[in-house]
Design a protein around this ligand. Structure first.
Ligand SMILES: Cc1cc2nc3c(=O)[nH]c(=O)nc-3n(C[C@H](O)[C@H](O)[C@H](O)COP(=O)(O)O)c2cc1C
Length: 162
């Protein structure tokens, strides 16, 4: 599958089967995330994979995540240097690559931005100076869905000036 095919196939899944991600799929996603570009190759970002079903369940409850998140096969939290916009961008680049890899593997994905930062910081034992930015939920989709409508290229891209 080409990158374009993967991009055209991706859509936000809000109902997963609850089946855990296989070890092979997880290793593949980690390797893909590892190779992402980072500002000055500082690699100043980390990821916390929450794979254990009970941990997912209790995290969803405590951090006030949306109910459907409980059915995900794994959650991957991106953690950046606190207050560093560059580090946040680095997190997003890696997670984007991982999302594409997940779709390539036939998995469903969704970005998650709505959750309690303080609870996640404590629950994931994120050290001082680092902060959770955004998360990806990944798993087998239990939904029949399709990609949402996107802006046409002519609206999205301008030539030379805005
Ligand atoms: C940074 C980011 C955070 C998001 N957070 C949530 C979220 O917390 N809950 C949710 O249901 N969807 C969330 N989404 C999914 C968006 O709503 C979704 O990407 C958008 O509606 C477009 O749909 P598509 O992903 O199927 O193309 C998030 C997306 C992004 C990029």
């Amino acid at each position: 599958m080409s990158i374009l095919d993967i991009c055209r196939k991706r859509w936000s899944v809000r109902k997963f089967t609850g089946e855990p991600l296989s070890a092979a799929d997880l290793e593949y996603l980690k390797e893909v995330g590892r190779w992402a570009a980072t500002s000055r190759n500082r690699q100043a970002r980390r990821f916390v994979v929450v794979h254990d079903r009970d941990n997912i369940r209790s995290l969803v409850e405590e951090a006030k995540m949306q109910d459907f998140v409980e059915s995900a096969g794994a959650l991957i939290f991106g953690v950046a240097e606190d207050g560093s916009s560059g580090s946040k961008v680095d997190v997003v680049i890696s997670l984007t690559q991982m999302e594409m890899a997940a779709v390539e593997q036939g998995l469903g994905t969704i970005w998650l931005g709505i959750w309690d930062r303080d609870v996640v910081r404590r629950r994931l034992e994120i050290p001082g100076g680092m902060a959770p930015v955004v998360a990806l939920a990944i798993g087998q989709s239990a939904e029949v869905g399709s990609p949402r409508k996107k802006l046409p290229v002519e609206d999205l891209f301008r030539s030379e000036t805005f």
